[in-house]
Design a protein around this ligand. Structure first.
Ligand code: HEC
Ligand code: HEC
Length: 356
């Protein structure tokens, strides 16, 4: 149920949003300072954003205030950052959290929020298309923030600091849930990570030294993993079945169908979005349900735990063998390489931290 609601709300809001697209309705304040977030060269040349929601300094500041403010939840106890914590690269360290206002356990693991601006689909199954509309999912879902949007707008409207910041960002202190979503999205598009030791190595910068074993791990990674965890985003922005399960329950609105529930295609059942592997050392536990506690367990899954079903990725069933043929030695080297993707600047960046 969790996700279907999630998606339905997300798509309904997408239907509603264009209504606000009348001239100036969502436009930034004329005097708001436009800017382009800095992107390290090996990642991209610029940060993409939708035309109707350009970056402004005031908008990003507002988004950051909102992201960290428990006023967003029905019980005023939960902010976005409760489940997306900076020191964990904006994940939560839980397999399936029950921190939401209802206290009910969620059915999917809270992913890290990294380089979202470039992501083609959001949520594990790609069920949300853009960062703006996605916000209405966690905001209103009864097992997450359980918020009534009208009440949220009134609560924000009653605070001078928000009236002021909405005026600075959007040129009006009339607060709307669409503007809340826009500001949150602007902030989330600045969650850019590409300053790990690996990145410095790629860019030939000082501090970019990789040891022999890490380089061997990188070569193994390119050979066995990079077809899906591709490019310096470490994702191909696509959906695959990496062999976690062999049967898929129809319970809970067929949530376990993964991508198949969104595309309604038989061949997509059991597929999930390839997650980025940036900061993977900080984002345990792993997979859409957080079933693996460590990277050792993940690698052992690829080595010996892959199970067959119709949609299993071809990469994981070569020459009639299930899984990826790597030795214990190679496994260690791959993990050493993955640990070079940890970006301390990202998790310590003051501009992304709790402003309160
Ligand atoms: C109670 C925990 C919880 C709270 C609070 C929460 N989230 Fe999440 N978030 C999740 C879970 C779980 C998912 C994965 C849902 C799925 O994929 O089906 C998720 C997914 C996301 C994603 C998709 C990331 C990706 O890689 O696809 C974004 C973006 C996001 N949340 C932003 C937010 C924002 C913004 C807020 C505050 C308005 C918020 N979240 C509040 C648990 C939470
Ligand atoms: C066929 C595509 C594919 C290949 C090849 C592949 N992966 Fe994955 N990987 C995925 C998908 C899809 C997921 C998410 C699956 C899920 O949660 O249901 C994933 C998840 C992961 C995760 C968990 C990430 C997180 O945030 O929870 C790690 C770590 C990982 N893979 C590492 C590797 C390594 C290392 C290799 C090579 C040995 C590899 N993968 C090969 C597609 C692939």
């Amino acid at each position: 149920m969790h996700l279907l609601r999630y998606i339905t709300i997300a798509s309904i809001s997408m239907l509603l949003l264009p209504a606000c697209n009348e001239p100036d309705a969502e436009a930034p304040a004329p005097q708001a300072k436009r800017f382009s977030p800095v992107v390290p060269g090996n990642l991209a040349t610029a940060v993409p954003y939708p035309e109707h929601n350009p970056f402004t300094e005031e908008g990003v500041t507002l988004g950051r205030m909102l992201f960290y403010d428990p006023v967003l939840s029905a019980n005023n106890e939960l902010s976005c950052a409760s489940c997306h914590q900076q020191d964990k690269a904006f994940s939560d360290g839980e397999a399936l959290t029950s921190i939401g206002v209802s206290g009910k356990q969620l059915k999917r693991h809270a992913p890290a929020l990294i380089n979202l601006a470039w992501m083609k689909g959001l949520f594990w199954d790609g069920g949300a298309k853009d960062i703006e509309s996605l916000a209405f999912g966690p905001l209103t879902h009864p097992d997450e923030m359980g918020q009534n949007l009208k009440e949220l707008v009134l609560e924000l409207q009653s605070q001078e600091k928000y009236r002021k910041q909405f005026r600075l960002a959007f040129g009006t202190d009339t607060i709307t849930s669409a503007r809340v979503a826009q500001a949150l999205a602007q902030f989330q598009r600045t969650l850019i990570s590409a300053n790990s030791r690996y990145d410095k190595y790629v860019r030939g910068e000082s501090g970019g030294h990789l040891a022999e074993q890490e380089l061997q791990g990188m070569a193994l990674f390119k050979q066995h993993c990079a077809s899906c965890h591709a490019t310096d985003f470490f994702t191909d922005n696509s959906y695959h079945n990496n062999g976690l399960d062999s049967t898929y329950s129809e319970d809970f609105e067929a949530l376990a169908f993964g991508r198949g529930r969104i595309s309604r295609q038989q061949q997509d059942i059991g597929k999930y979005k390839t997650p980025t592997l940036r900061n993977i050392q900080l984002t345990a536990p792993y997979m859409h349900d957080g079933r693996f506690a460590t990277l050792e367990e993940v690698l052992d899954h690829y080595r010996t735990g892959v199970t067959w079903s119709v949609s299993l990725a071809p990469e994981l069933q070569q020459n009639g063998n299930l899984g990826i043929p790597i030795t214990q030695e190679e496994k260690k080297k791959i993990i050493l390489f993955l640990n070079t993707l940890t970006d301390e600047d990202f998790v310590q960046n003051k501009a992304l931290s709790n402003p309160y």
